[in-house]
Write a protein that binds this ligand. Structure first.
Ligand code: DOR
Ligand code: ZN
Length: 345
């Protein structure tokens, strides 16, 4: 197959930041995706409907002229979030979900939640107003091995949330383990998962073998090959519980290539091409459209896109970096070749 036409995809998990980084990265997402769920972990975080409205405006201003890209906003769940604010969010056309970060789990998660039981009244309201909960599913205790943090969260906390709120729509974000995949498979159709390109493309050797590669470091950390195989199987199975969410998370090159490097892979520059790479490897290009363009929209109860995009089988080399004023962002697979290229307008 040399050409692949898909219903235009959406990105169900995206970090675009603000300020200068936003101006660089938003065009990359907008050239391929119709919509994206925008993560609220700015500093300060997007915790109120008013914050989300302001951030939405900033994103629209940063978009290239004539872009039809739609940012789907989210709120950052803190224990301070009031029931009224949840109701206001549900009534707003801009806000589509609330994101739960366990405190300390990842970038700008300091104001996240440390006692999950404390937010149960908020989850109850979300369940009533049918506003989805997006979960960064990792425990944060320092005594838990970083490679086990997702598995332990699934067994301890996720299980309990799902049992207590059977009608709450939940996305287990960026699943990285077989345990998380199995949990989602066994749960009701209210529970789904997003999957990133880096967790499909790489196992943990890509971070640690032959030298430390900070641009492949993200959270939840990439796991061993056994887990990657489970993720590929889920993503390419045609099961609507699994859909595309890049978790593209740009940091300046200097913040990644650092004695304490930030977590996050920058994949938005060629997200759909990166996924096509994996689906082709397992002979499942026919399953890419459901995963990338249909299942997420259905889960979020949004209309499916009507436009389409085309990818061509054509080798090209990923730039070493993208400019942000006098600094740079280093993309995932910088300097390597990709086999699929998005046809541009
Ligand atoms: O690697 C990550 N980077 N994981 C996250 O959960 C957050 C993200 C970020 O915002 O940089
Ligand atoms: Zn994320």
């Amino acid at each position: 197959m040399n050409k692949l036409t898909l219903i235009q995809p959406d990105d169900w998990h995206l970090h675009v930041r603000n300020g200068d980084i936003l101006k660089t990265v938003i065009a990359h997402s907008a050239k391929q995706f119709s919509r994206a769920i925008i993560m609220p972990n700015l500093n300060p975080a997007v915790i109120t409907v008013e914050n989300a409205i302001d951030y939405h405006k900033e994103i629209l201003l940063a978009l290239p002229a004539n872009s039809n890209f739609t940012p789907l906003m989210t709120l950052y769940l803190t224990t301070e979030l009031s029931q009224d604010e949840v109701k206001k969010a549900a009534e707003s056309d801009l806000i589509h979900a609330i994101k739960l970060y366990p405190a300390g789990a990842t970038t700008n998660s300091d104001s996240g939640v440390s006692d999950l039981k404390a937010i149960y009244p908020i989850l109850e309201t979300m369940e009533q107003v049918d506003l989805p909960l997006l979960i960064h599913g990792e425990v944060t205790h320092q005594d838990c091995d970083i490679f086990d943090r997702e598995k332990v969260f699934v067994e301890s906390s996720l299980n309990d949330i799902v049992k207590n709120f059977p009608n709450l729509r939940i996305v287990v974000e960026h699943v990285t383990t077989k345990e998380a995949v199995d949990f989602v498979l066994a749960a009701s159709n209210k529970v789904a998962a997003s999957i990133t390109p880096q967790h499909l493309l790489f196992n943990r050797n890509a971070i640690l073998a032959g030298g430390i590669r900070p641009h492949n470091y993200c959270l939840p950390i990439i796991k061993r090959e056994y887990h990657r195989q489970a993720l590929i199987k889920a993503a390419s199975s045609g099961n609507p519980k699994f859909f595309l969410g890049t978790d593209s998370a740009p940091h300046l090159t200097g913040a990644k290539e650092n004695s304490c490097g930030c977590a996050g892979c920058y994949s938005a520059y060629a997200a759909i091409e990166l996924y096509a790479e994996v689906f082709e490897q397992v002979n499942a290009l026919d399953k890419l459209e459901g995963f990338a363009s249909i299942f997420g929209a259905d889960f979020y109860k949004l209309p499916r896109n009507t436009k389409s995009i085309t990818l061509h089988k054509q080798s090209w080399t990923v730039p070493e970096s993208y400019k942000v004023n006098d600094k740079t962002i280093t993309p995932l697979k910088a300097g390597e070749n990709l086999n699929w290229k998005l046809q541009c307008c």
